[in-house]
Design a protein around this ligand. Structure first.
Ligand code: SF4
Length: 357
């Protein structure tokens, strides 16, 4: 049976049905609709004011690639300028290839690119060095705990380096819905309280962050990348764990089979969630070491680095470890003789998105 006509232009044959609405569109009309919806998200949420210098967290993966491409299309209408900021975590055999994809994008789209490296920012620590140091402490999970916290800090540093006023990340509706589900399942009121909305306004001197793709489904992000023929990197990180997020993802798929709007409904639920006063986390204060926002004496990044320097990385992992002040053995040297092998597992973005936004 021939494909139906595009419901928008009525000229071309439809190339897809939009997953949620069922609308039949040709590739060009779908891409235009996708861009218009992201524009509406940004304008309605007042996410990026005219004149903003926007640091796009670029990993080379599909979400950040689509985000950078769409914002580049929209930049003249929004009146913003873009900078790509990529983070080199120091993961041998993985991040180099992902960074190569980011460099190709920067060259093709004529966007300035800055790469910030953990090794430079965090006293020589790379993720490979962290992996060796945390071996035996639930390694892959521990790696992502460190990596996510440090990458958030690194992205902030990189954005400041390029003079950005705002940070954007490529989280889509499925990512956010999974996060909401996980936080409910863990009973994590603190994260639930922070999880709503399209971003953070930049408390405590931090740059405002937002997620312009937060209302776009994963399927449509992939379709946009396909029809725009975008070049992105899709390998898994060597430390990607069999994360709890995988269960949330599976549950979300089951929910979507019964209710196609389930992901978006969960995202909106988090926006409207009101916690009882007793369940609200205490207001954050300033880290005693670096001045960043912290719910304890040390912020998460300083606490994790402190644990590494003391040779007691486990002290800093988990809810009770953020600001412990125990003496440990002399610090291990963060030597980095090459890539450390790690367990294969789920999608890198899964773990990253859990911690980094
Ligand atoms: Fe970092 Fe993501 Fe790799 Fe975990 S899976 S170590 S968060 S890059």
């Amino acid at each position: 049976m021939p494909a139906p006509q595009c419901a928008s232009c009525h000229a071309a044959r439809a190339a897809l049905r939009r997953p949620r609405s069922g609308q039949a569109l040709c590739g060009a009309c779908f891409c235009s609709a996708f861009e218009a919806e992201v524009l509406h998200t940004v304008l309605a949420g007042r996410l990026l004011p005219p004149g903003a210098v926007v640091a796009v967290g670029a990993s080379g993966g599909k979400d950040s690639t689509v985000l950078a491409h769409v914002l580049r299309e929209l930049a003249p209408r929004l009146g913003v300028s873009l900078r790509l900021v990529a983070v080199d975590e120091g993961i041998g055999g993985y991040r180099d290839a992902a960074l190569a994809a980011v460099r190709r994008q920067a060259a093709r789209w004529d966007l300035p690119l800055t790469v910030v490296a953990y090794a430079d920012l965090f006293g020589g620590w790379t993720m490979d060095a962290v992996a060796r140091s945390t071996a035996g402490s639930g390694r892959s999970r521990a790696c992502c705990t460190f990596c996510g916290v440090l990458r958030r800090r690194a992205l902030e540093e990189g954005a400041r380096l390029v003079g950005a006023t705002h940070i954007v990340t490529g989280h889509n509706a499925d990512d956010m819905a999974e996060t909401v589900l996980m936080n409910f399942l863990r009973g994590d009121a603190g994260r639930l309280a922070r999880g709503g909305g399209l971003g953070s306004r930049g408390e405590g001197g931090a740059l405002p962050r937002c997620r312009p793709l937060q209302l776009a489904s994963q399927k449509e992000v992939v379709l946009y990348a396909h029809f725009r023929r975008l070049d992105y990197f899709s390998e898994e990180c060597v430390y990607a764990p069999e994360a709890f997020r995988g269960h949330a993802r599976h549950l979300l798929k089951l929910l979507e089979a019964a209710r196609p709007s389930a992901a978006l409904d969960l995202v909106h639920s988090a926006e409207r969630l009101a916690l009882a006063p007793a369940a609200r986390p205490p207001p954050p204060s300033a880290c005693s070491r670096c001045g960043a926002l912290a719910s304890r004496a040390l912020c998460q990044a300083c606490a994790l680095l402190d644990g590494l320097q003391r040779g007691r990385p486990r002290l800093a992992i988990g809810k009770g470890g953020g600001a412990r002040d125990e003496e440990g053995p002399p610090p291990p040297p963060p030597s980095d003789p090459g890539s450390a092998p790690g367990p294969a597992g789920g999608e890198c973005g899964a773990a990253c998105k859990e911690r980094c936004e």
